[in-house]
Structure formats: structure tokens, C-alpha cells
Design a protein. Structure first.
Length: 165
């Protein structure tokens, strides 16, 4: 890459079973229920977790993308769950709070590992957002199975390679 000191590369392998539970929704401002602590968004996320059941190989992690157009929301969801560390806290106070609340609510559903029941349905909830038109709020959820196969490297022009994950 010209004029760069290094190139970072991340590879994240995702099982196809997790894809079966992915969901997309275009919210209107009213349906999002922003003024009611995002109750509409929360309901939709928990419904997706319930519908997914054991298909996404729980305990899973979910990435939620909000905003942009639908293609942007889908990319943000994938970025949230594949690039971010599952143990980090979102620096945006609203997203950080929603991540925690959705994580706790999903784990209270009793779906559990492999959908057989239990307290651990999700290992993480990660949210990324983008600006969007004021009339709509595209949202996407992507599930990632518990194995979280990822690898990262940093490559330098002199041929050095460092592992970053």
C-alpha cells in the first residue's frame, strides 16, 4: 500500500449455521421507539435471538448494525461482531448501554448452549452505527458462532509480519 507504514489484515471465519439466524429490518422512527428507550429495537433483537434458537450454534455473539442504508447496516453488523473484541465496551455511551442491556436480556431467555436450555445464550452483543435519514433506521443483526475463528497480521514494506490477535 503506497505511502503507508504497514498493512493490517484481519480474517474472520464464520460458520454458515450462524447465517441462518441473521435478520434485517427497516425501522420508522415510531417503530424504533427511540423515545421509549428503544423498546422497538430491543424487541426486534430479542425476537431474532428467539427465532434463531439453536441454529446459530449458541452460545453465540451478535453484531447489530444501525443506520446508513440497508447494505451499510449489514456491513456494520458484520464489522461489530467480527472485528471488535467481544470483551470490549463500546465507547459510545448509548451503544454501550444497549449492548449490556441486550446481552443480559438475551441470556435471560433460557435458550442456552446449542439451544438446549441454560443461562448462556450470547457471549457478546456488539453495536456499530452510521448516520441515516431521519425518517428511517435500517438495522441488521448477524450472528457469530462461539468458536470465533479470527487471525490478524500486520505486514511491513520490509517483509516483517507481526501477529495482531
Amino acid at each position: 500500500v503506497p505511502d503507508q507504514e504497514y498493512l493490517d489484515m484481519l480474517v474472520s471465519f464464520k460458520g454458515c449455521g450462524a447465517e441462518l439466524a441473521n435478520a434485517m429490518q427497516i425501522f420508522t422512527v415510531a417503530k424504533l421507539e427511540k423515545g421509549n428507550d428503544y423498546a422497538g429495537l430491543k424487541r426486534w433483537v430479542l425476537d431474532a435471538v428467539i427465532k434463531g434458537g439453536g441454529k446459530p450454534c449458541p452460545p453465540a455473539a451478535i453484531g447489530i448494525g444501525l443506520g446508513g442504508q440497508m447494505d451499510v447496516a449489514c456491513k456494520l453488523a458484520r464489522k461489530a461482531v467480527s472485528v471488535r473484541r467481544w470483551d470490549d465496551v463500546n465507547p459510545d455511551p448509548l451503544y454501550g448501554r444497549l449492548e449490556k442491556e441486550l446481552y443480559e436480556a438475551a441470556n435471560s431467555l433460557g435458550i442456552g448452549p446449542a439451544g438446549t436450555g441454560g443461562k448462556t445464550t450470547l457471549l457478546a452483543v456488539k453495536i456499530e452505527g452510521a448516520s441515516t435519514h431521519t425518517a428511517i433506521a435500517p438495522a441488521a443483526i448477524t450472528f457469530h458462532c462461539w468458536t470465533a475463528r479470527r487471525a490478524g497480521v500486520r505486514m511491513y514494506p520490509d517483509g516483517r509480519v507481526e501477529t495482531t490477535l
